[in-house]
Design a protein around this ligand. Structure first.
Ligand code: FAD
Length: 495
């Protein structure tokens, strides 16, 4: 039998990998390939004009994750007698070259849904099929592919609850276990680069915090899933909003890179239901599955409204009057976690140091950027894109448009998160702020989220010198709120 190329992309796992299953079923050797295409691997590249912009290339934290995930995948493939062939350049040209070198007759991969990746994949598929190759593609990343879900009028859903209600009526396919035994190897392996030659890791070593926080790869994702589904998932409904406790799965990067699939998560939760016969087994599990639903919804929206990567879904928001920030002072204060609002600064520092931020805090910092600082949401999306290990075109676009009030099913514009109240409510014991803003650690709880309200004596006793070792608030909450509401009000007036 002739070899089949298995083109890995955002499906960096062996279990529940439909393209791998099909390649094995075809018979003959399987050649796993990953092609790093710096300019086109990005979801936004390649002629999708509307998408040039903040997502033009995978960000630095994503590249760090990818480096380690490829290493883990290569090790897993080697354990099964195979090898991961690494290349750099145009995927079509690299795949064609490997086909020529190995006599492969099949090229299989799992589908991607970002606009530019879709355009690129269509081109690759057409060219390879025209050359007489057996080309097959599969769904590995979603419970339901975006175009398969339509409302009663035959259009896309724009309200999450209706979308998810509909999805819950559909069956979820069981994940497929990789058969035991080796992955059949070709007689000769084509040439491959070393993962270091892809130059995904930063040149300046800023990645220590990432390395301390994460172990990329399928095995680590599986362990994280097992631990979460066996325990914290049942408290998810109560704990998921509190950034100081480990109440969420922290599986977003693994899901983004396809180290684990939503079907595997679904099946793990279903497995928990075996004893009780009740599915989902708890309210926490039900809400957790709905969060996977938000991920699906994000892909649904991206598929049907690809312009939302850069443009507001609600057109009126294109006229929004953003604040001037000519020297970038406000933006820098936000990026560096120096706004003077402790919960905002804690989130931005967690992001910088670990490449991840708790969802509640993502909402707070996003609202702060867009509403308090009145800087446009693509500024925030761009920063998240570069710094998140889970940076995901669909989820990030949805998250920012939701926060700015201009997306589908978005937070209403007048909902302006008050950072002090949010801090007091969701980090009342200050565990989160004390961890990420250590210069405030000795402040008593009641001043922790608003240090400027403490007396000079209290500040001195806690070692806090406002304006010196911790900033004064970059904007006044009440004034910023009033200005944001006035700017939003203008949207309702005719242009
Ligand atoms: P859990 O609470 O354990 O949820 C499980 C999974 O469900 C997550 O891993 C994720 O895949 C999905 N999920 C959860 N919440 C959401 C949501 N609101 N929207 C879409 N999917 C969700 N998530 C990303 O994966 N990548 C991003 O680039 C991203 N950018 C965001 C930007 C903003 C401004 C906001 C407000 C949210 C963003 N999110 C993004 C969504 C969410 O914050 C993260 O998915 C979540 O914090 C990841 O942590 P977790 O894995 O512990 O999530």
């Amino acid at each position: 039998m002739t070899p089949t190329l298995l083109w890995f992309r955002q499906d960096l796992r062996l279990q529940d990998n439909p393209a791998l299953h099909a390649a094995l079923a075809r018979g003959g050797p399987v050649i796993p390939v990953y092609v790093w295409e710096e300019s086109c691997e990005s979801p936004a590249a390649e002629g999708a004009r509307a998408n040039d912009g903040w997502a033009a290339q995978p960000g630095a934290a994503s590249r760090w994750w990818l480096h380690h995930s490829l290493e883990a995948l290569d090790a897993a493939v080697r354990e099964r007698g195979g090898r991961l062939i690494l290349r750099r350049g145009d995927p079509l040209a690299e795949l064609q070259e490997i086909v020529r070198a190995t006599g492969a007759k099949g090229v299989y991969w799992n589908r991607r849904y970002e606009p530019a990746a879709r355009a690129r994949d269509a081109r690759v598929q057409t060219e390879l099929a025209a050359a007489g190759l057996d080309v097959k593609t599969f769904n590995s990343a979603l419970l339901n592919e975006p175009e398969t879900i339509l409302n009663k009028q035959g259009g896309p859903f724009q309200v999450f609850s209706a979308y998810w209600r509909h999805c819950l009526t559909l069956p979820v396919a069981a994940p497929r276990k990789l058969p035991a035994g080796p992955i059949p190897a070709p007689e000769r392996w084509p040439r491959s680069l070393d993962v270091a030659a892809l130059e995904l890791r930063p040149r300046v070593a800023w990645d220590r915090g990432l390395a301390q926080a994460w172990t990329p790869g399928e095995a680590s994702a599986a362990k994280r899933m097992t631990r979460f589904v066996a325990g914290a998932i049942d408290r998810y409904d109560e704990e998921r909003d509190f950034p100081g406790c480990d109440g969420t799965s922290m599986l977003s990067a693994a899901l983004h890179w396809g180290e684990i699939s939503p079907r595997q998560l679904w099946a793990a939760v279903r497995g928990r239901s075996r004893e009780s016969g009740v599915f989902p087994p708890s309210n926490g599990a039900r809400i957790f599955l709905a969060e996977l639903g938000w991920r699906e919804f994000a892909y649904h929206l991206l598929w049907h409204f690809p312009h939302t990567i850069e443009q507001p879904l609600r057109r009126a928001f294109a006229r929004f009057s953003w604040a001037e920030d000519p020297e970038g002072r406000r933006l820098r204060a936000w990026q560096r976690g120096q706004t003077g609002y402790p919960i905002v600064d804690a989130g931005m520092r967690q992001l910088w140091q670990t490449g991840w931020m708790h969802n509640r805090v993502r909402m707070i910092v996003a609202s702060f950027l867009v509403k308090h600082l009145r800087l446009s949401w693509p500024h925030g999306a761009t920063w998240f894109w570069d710094t998140l290990v889970d940076a995901d075109l669909a989820n990030n676009t949805l998250g920012w448009q939701w926060s700015a009030g201009c997306g589908a099913d978005a937070a209403p514009y007048f909902r302006i998160f008050a950072p002090v109240l949010q801090g007091r409510k969701f980090d009342s014991d200050g565990v989160y702020v004390r961890r990420w803003v250590p210069e405030l650690a000795r402040l008593p709880d009641r001043f922790l989220h608003a240090p400027w309200t403490a007396t000079a004596q209290t500040l001195a006793a806690a070692g806090v010198r406002l304006g010196e070792n911790y900033p004064r608030p970059v904007v006044d909450h009440a004034a910023a709120r009033a200005e944001a509401l006035a700017a939003f009000r203008q949207l309702r007036e005719p242009p």
